[in-house]
Write a protein that binds this ligand. Structure first.
Ligand SMILES: [Zn+2]
Length: 182
């Protein structure tokens, strides 16, 4: 029991001492759309392709960022629906708890923002480009303009979560809904 207590103390101290990289390190290098046949999916042909540079965040998967898991669950609870590679509800949150990279998280948030705006999406892939810390983040869209805004907003949401600030999801969803062609 005594051991457990002191271990916990050590853990929380360690969290305070985490020196996180600058948020400006995380940036979109390129943002474009893919229409038609592509190497990412056999049938889906309306995709967003974001090249994302994690910079020093490459060394900080989600489990290394203090309270990230707690905050994403708190501010975007609807993401419990994301199965991810685990294959069942809560699967994505499991991956976040265990530790996954920010590009993968941004992919899921971009999909969630579109879902909340009423669009049926749900396909995403994140793969390294071969350059250290750089990723191809791919996800589908129904309407190009909505998908592109979702990409940019997803990066901002992740930055808010890292800062432990409320990402104001409702405001973003409203912005996306306003973009949807009536
Ligand atoms: Zn996933």
């Amino acid at each position: 029991m005594k051991y457990l207590k002191s271990y916990k103390l050590f853990e929380s101290k360690k969290q305070e001492e985490v020196k996180l990289p600058n948020l400006s390190d995380l940036k979109i290098v390129e943002l474009k759309t893919i229409e038609g046949k592509n190497k990412w999916h056999n049938t889906k042909d309306k995709l967003i392709h974001m090249v994302l540079d994690l910079g020093k965040w490459e060394d900080f998967p989600s489990n290394e960022i203090p309270n990230f898991y707690e905050n994403i669950k708190k501010y975007i609870p609807s993401m419990n629906e994301h199965r991810c590679s685990v294959g069942r509800k809560g699967g994505f949150f499991k991956r976040v708890k265990k530790g996954t990279w920010l590009g993968h998280i941004i992919e899921h948030i971009a999909l969630e923002l579109q879902t909340l705006a009423g669009h049926e999406t749900g396909f995403g892939r994140t793969r390294g480009t071969g350059k250290k810390g750089e990723y191809n983040v791919i996800f589908n869209y129904e309407e190009k303009s909505v998908g592109l805004v979702a990409a940019k907003e997803a990066v901002k949401v992740v930055k808010s979560l890292i800062k432990e600030e409320n990402p104001e999801i409702k405001e973003i969803v409203k912005k996306l809904k306003d973009k949807i062609k009536k």
